[in-house]
Write a protein that binds this ligand. Structure first.
Ligand code: NDP
Ligand code: X2W
Length: 316
């Protein structure tokens, strides 16, 4: 059966990349709304109700509206916005976060695609809390850099117009109230929101996130090898190999620590660094904010919902 897929917001940054990733697929029919009616709720309702799966690549308010425009109980939804990530009745679309999460996604009518930043944090911290190497009340810090495409068409236009005169590394979110905090807290299994200091760099795409771990105050201090083993065990069982853990090496730095290293892929790679004598460690994640951070994850979720083999479907 050919599945009908409608991308609501198909000319935006995330929507365009999903369309590119799906363009060659013979098992899908891409329903495309005419340019002049792409913001007309009646026309969108028509396409949303015709689709087997609708992928929402819209600002939060428009994504919420799309869901209300669906009048049947057959159109399945993947929402790339942050509107439904901690909402009841929605599955969280990070397949690697738990052993059974890909089955949960595969069976769901409503899937919230994870935020780009939260994936780095959840991938780094959740397995350690689950393995009881970190307590759930651990004070988590989270830093990182994202390419400016993370801010969508508005931020892309801003950086394009400034060119080389744009700030090379701009910290933001300094009111410590970033919209991603609720999903980070819930899915990293931590009790308090992380202290999150994102930065945006003057380059198009790619992310590098850091979870520094000051472990000295813990009753039982995990070693770097224990942290690495817990993450490696967790992702060895993850489906499809999109998330992996680099070997634990006694390095002060690594050339792989480049936010653009996994651009144009659906992959996320974790690196563990530690100094056991100081009870200090850091977990660094590298991925593409438009790949595993958005469009790649959406295609991965689409494949799970359709029961399509990821390795033959261009999700990678
Ligand atoms: N960029 C990224 O790295 C990531 C983005 N996301 C999320 O995905 C969603 C889309 O983001 P992104 O692609 O970056 O954003 P963009 O701003 O690039 O694209 C959004 C698109 O939605 C269209 N749009 C806005 N309002 C409506 C409406 N009422 N009806 C129909 N279309 C509308 C816009 O139209 P117009 O072209 O006219 O402006 C635009 O084409 C957001 O919720 C974002 O938070 C998630 C993870 C990462
Ligand atoms: C660089 C930049 O501005 N990034 C955006 C997040 C990217 C994104 O689109 O957030 P969602 O994953 O929730 O949609 C921000 O920090 O708000």
């Amino acid at each position: 059966m050919v599945a009908r897929v409608f991308i609501d917001g198909e000319v935006g940054t995330t929507g365009l990349q999903i369309r590119e990733r799906l363009a060659m697929r013979g098992d899908l029919e891409l329903l495309s709304i005419p340019e002049e009616s792409r913001k007309d709720p009646a026309a969108r309702a028509d396409f949303l109700n015709k689709a087997d799966i609708a992928i929402l690549c819209l600002p939060d308010a428009a994504a919420k509206e799309s869901v209300t425009l669906i009048e049947n109980d057959t159109t399945r939804v993947i929402d790339a916005s942050s509107a439904h990530r901690v909402a009841e009745g929605w599955a969280y679309g990070f397949a690697e976060m738990d052993r059974n999460q890909s089955d949960v996604i595969a069976a769901s009518l409503r899937v919230a695609n994870p935020g780009c930043w939260p994936q780095g944090l959840i991938a780094s911290v959740r397995p350690l809390v689950a393995a009881e190497l970190l307590p759930s009340d651990f004070a988590v810090n989270f830093h990182g850099i994202s390419g400016y495409s993370g801010g969508g068409k508005g931020m892309i236009a801003e950086y394009d117009s400034l060119g080389v005169s744009a700030n090379v590394l701009a910290p933001y979110g300094l009111g410590f109230n970033h919209k991603h905090l609720p999903e980070m807290t819930e899915y990293a299994l931590i009790e308090r929101a992380p202290l999150f200091t994102p930065t945006v760099g003057n380059y198009y795409t790619g992310m590098l996130t850091v979870v520094p771990l000051n472990l000295a105050a813990l009753d039982k201090v995990p070693t770097g090898a224990e942290i690495h083993a817990a993450l490696s065990d967790h992702y060895a069982n993850a489906p499809d190999g999109f998330v992996d853990v680099a070997p634990l090496e006694a390095l002060e730095r690594s050339d792989e620590l480049n936010p653009q290293a996994l651009n144009d892929t659906n992959r996320l790679r974790l690196h563990v660094f530690a100094n056991d004598a100081r009870a200090q460690a850091a977990i660094i994640a590298v991925y593409d904010n438009l790949g595993k951070g958005a469009s790649g994850a959406a295609v991965q979720n689409l494949n799970l919902m359709l029961g399509v083999d990821q390795t033959t479907s261009l999700a990678a």
